[in-house]
Structure formats: structure tokens, C-alpha cells
Design a protein around this ligand. Structure first.
Ligand SMILES: C[S@@+](CC[C@H](N)C(=O)[O-])C[C@H]1O[C@@H](n2cnc3c(N)ncnc32)[C@H](O)[C@@H]1O
Length: 223
């Protein structure tokens, strides 16, 4: 069996864990399959990362901008952004196995192992310190949900951007990730002066599975 076949088989298991919305088991899957993930990413048919990088190029013009790659995994986004000239990036992920692979690529200044949920703070991150957070393939059922957005915004500078992808499948699988829930929450946050949605780009997650890349601008001081 080829690596890609192994990986696609493992993805069926991932989807079962995601359907259970079992975040710990999903992170364990990434730990177990980190090597397979990295070896097969380019041939698996993923697209979401390219649109996420396009949005970053559109909104983050300064190549010295402080960027946090949120759910950085093995460094797919860090690698693409480095090729575009960005030089000041940190990585955060809950999977040590994925981060270990990313660390060997010398893409990031700092790597943080942390689980994004709804706790009040994220260990080791300084509030109001990033110009942008970029998150590809991480907002998903069994992973990160919209309700973490206010927490994440705390670590952005005022005017900074949170750029993230969500697949239509995840929007359909969890009531916490529906399009309606996104609209409701972001309307409330906009009314409260917390942030504003500045862009929505259609893309594909894997092959022809639709997805979206949203860009949200932080309107608070971040502290
Ligand atoms: C599909 S991979 C994407 C990795 C990378 N961004 C890319 O584009 O290749 C999802 C990553 O998000 C991480 N992740 C999922 N849920 C998380 C959470 N709640 N907190 C932190 N990391 C999480 C996983 O460990 C995994 O590395």
C-alpha cells in the first residue's frame, strides 16, 4: 500500500473522530499521523491553504509583520509565507508530533504547544502582539470553533487580522460552525465594536469540497 493510500485510509478514521467532536482524540490522531500528513499533503488534493495564503498577501502587506500560524501543523502555511518573503512568524498547535516536524524546517521564531478552546488565556502568548493570525484547516468540527475567536483577538494588535478557513462540511456537521452561527456571532461582535468581517473568499477544502476563507479585523486594543 502506498503512503497516500495509508493516509487516505487514516483520514476516514479522522473523520469519525471529528464527527464525535472529540478534540483530544483528533489531536492524538494528528500526533499519530504527523509523518503521513506531511509526506502526503501535496498529493492529497488540498486547496484551502492556497486561498488562506492569498488572503494573507492581500491583507498583510508588511513582510516583517508579526504573524502567528494558528494550528500550524507541520508548517504548510509557514513554508508558503516564507517563500512570499514573510520573516517574522510563530507557530502554535496542540499536537507536539506536528510541531516537531514544523520545528525542523526553521520557518518559525517560536513554537507553542497549546490547545485552543475557550479558556481565558493562551499560555506563553503576549496579548496585543501579532499583526495577523493565519489558520488553515483548523476551524473545523472536533477542532477549533467560532467561539474561540474573541480569545484569539486578544493576541492581535488593534487593526490586526485573523484569517482562517472553514470547510462547508464542518459548517454542516456542527451547529457551532454553521454559516448562521458565524453570521450571528460576528454581528454581535461587530455591534460590540470587537471586530469586523472584512472578507470572505470561496475555495475548496480538499478536491471539490467547498470551503471559505474569512478575514476578520480586530477593532480592540487587544489588551
Ligand atoms: C488540517 S491540520 C492543518 C495544519 C496546517 N495549518 C496546514 O495547513 O497544513 C489541523 C491542525 O490543527 C491542529 N488543531 C486542531 N484543533 C486544535 C486546537 N483546538 N488547538 C490547537 N491546535 C489544533 C491539529 O493538531 C493540526 O495540526
Amino acid at each position: 500500500m502506498s503512503n497516500l493510500e495509508d493516509y487516505l485510509k487514516e483520514r476516514v478514521r479522522l473523520h469519525d473522530l471529528m464527527a464525535k467532536e472529540s478534540v483530544d482524540e483528533v489531536i492524538q490522531w494528528y500526533d499519530d499521523c504527523a509523518t503521513l500528513y506531511d509526506q502526503n499533503f501535496n498529493s492529497a488534493g488540498f486547496q484551502f491553504h492556497l486561498t488562506t495564503v492569498e488572503a494573507t498577501l492581500e491583507f498583510v502587506k508588511d513582510k516583517d509583520a508579526a504573524i502567528l500560524d494558528l494550528g500550524a501543523g507541520t508548517g504548510t502555511i509557514g513554508d508558503l509565507l516564507k517563500k512570499e518573503g514573510y520573516s517574522n512568524m510563530d507557530a502554535l498547535d496542540a499536537s507536539q508530533g506536528m510541531l516537531d516536524i514544523a520545528s525542523k524546517k526553521n520557518l518559525y521564531k517560536n513554537t507553542f504547544r497549546s490547545l485552543i478552546g475557550t479558556s481565558e488565556s493562551i499560555e506563553n502568548l503576549a496579548e496585543g502582539s501579532y499583526d495577523a493570525m493565519v489558520s488553515a484547516g483548523v476551524f473545523a468540527h472536533g477542532a477549533v470553533y467560532y467561539e474561540s475567536i474573541p480569545l484569539l483577538l486578544k493576541y492581535l494588535k488593534k487593526g490586526g487580522y485573523l484569517i482562517f478557513s472553514v470547510s462547508l462540511l464542518s459548517m454542516q456537521k456542527s451547529p457551532r460552525l454553521t454559516r448562521e452561527q458565524f453570521t450571528k456571532l460576528t454581528r454581535d461582535w461587530e455591534k460590540a465594536g470587537v471586530c469586523r468581517v472584512v472578507s470572505e473568499k470561496p475555495t475548496f477544502h480538499i478536491n471539490k469540497e467547498p470551503a471559505f476563507v474569512f478575514t476578520i479585523q480586530n477593532c480592540t486594543d487587544g489588551k
